[in-house]
Design a protein around this ligand. Structure first.
Ligand SMILES: *[C@@H]1O[C@H](CO)[C@@H](O)[C@H](O)[C@H]1NC(C)=O
Length: 232
């Protein structure tokens, strides 16, 4: 999946254009807020809650990479993402400006939403990739099945967010290189059909070390991803 600099810039420019249209002053946007949540707090909450659980997955070794040991961690991750799914569902039918307005009254751009989603997906899939890279041959099938359960529930959340924030996919997709590789390695491509990725062009290399990702902010992950694409 290669994007030329030119097509990326065109993509970014048109996404920026489509988002420039309904400009609302922050004060009005704040008034437009209802008691429901906004996309920023939902994504930040789920990321903050699952980060330590995902970090635990990166410390798994071949010896303790078993379904028995992983199940409680995976269950907690799934529960947290399920909560986020419920919250995002509750936002459907809400004005986009409300969805995008943070508790501080700032209206997020599609790029800022992409950075948040990119961070969440990167943390999740690097952690799953880390588990996949240490699992023994004997445990591989069962452990992979467990990890795919996480991938499936993440796919549901991602699809709901994409439905909510128009123009997000086009900004997000070029940033997901490694994430897509891990999805492919997990054999979880079918639940991400809505991304319309041609999987035959994705490399299935499993990430060796995931721990550095956990000390990286959303903005850094985003700008690194953008730099990777623009230099490709
Ligand atoms: C797995 O083993 C490693 C190395 O002993 C340890 O650091 C890690 O906490 C263990 N993880 C779990 C969930 O038991």
């Amino acid at each position: 999946m290669r994007f030329s600099t030119l097509s990326l810039l065109a993509t970014v420019a048109s996404a920026a254009f489509s988002f420039a249209a309904p400009v609302t002053p922050a004060s009005n946007a704040l008034e437009a807020r209802c008691l429901c949540q906004d996309i920023d707090s939902i994504i930040v909450d789920v990321t903050t809650t699952i980060r330590p659980l995902l970090l635990e997955l990166t410390y798994i070794t071949t010896e303790n990479c078993t379904v028995e040991i992983l199940t409680p961690i995976v269950t907690e991750i799934k529960t947290t993402i399920t909560t986020a799914i419920t919250e995002v569902k509750a936002l459907s039918g809400t004005a986009l400006v409300t969805v995008l307005t943070t508790v501080d009254g700032v209206v997020l751009t599609v790029f800022e939403v992409a950075a948040l989603v990119c961070e969440l997906l990167t943390l999740i899939f690097y952690a799953l990739g880390a588990v996949l890279s240490v699992v023994s041959a004997a445990n591989r099938v069962a452990v992979t099945a467990l990890l795919v359960e996480v991938a499936e529930i993440v796919a549901t959340l991602l699809q709901l967010i994409l439905n909510l924030v128009g123009g997000l996919l086009i900004v997000l997709l070029p940033l997901l290189g490694e994430v897509l590789s891990i999805i492919l390695s997990l054999g979880a491509t079918s639940c991400f059909g809505f991304l319309s990725v041609s999987w035959s062009t994705v490399s299935s290399t499993v990430v060796e070390s995931a721990t550095t990702v956990f000390s990286t902010s959303a903005t850094t992950i985003f700008s690194t991803a953008v730099a990777t694409i623009t230099s490709a």
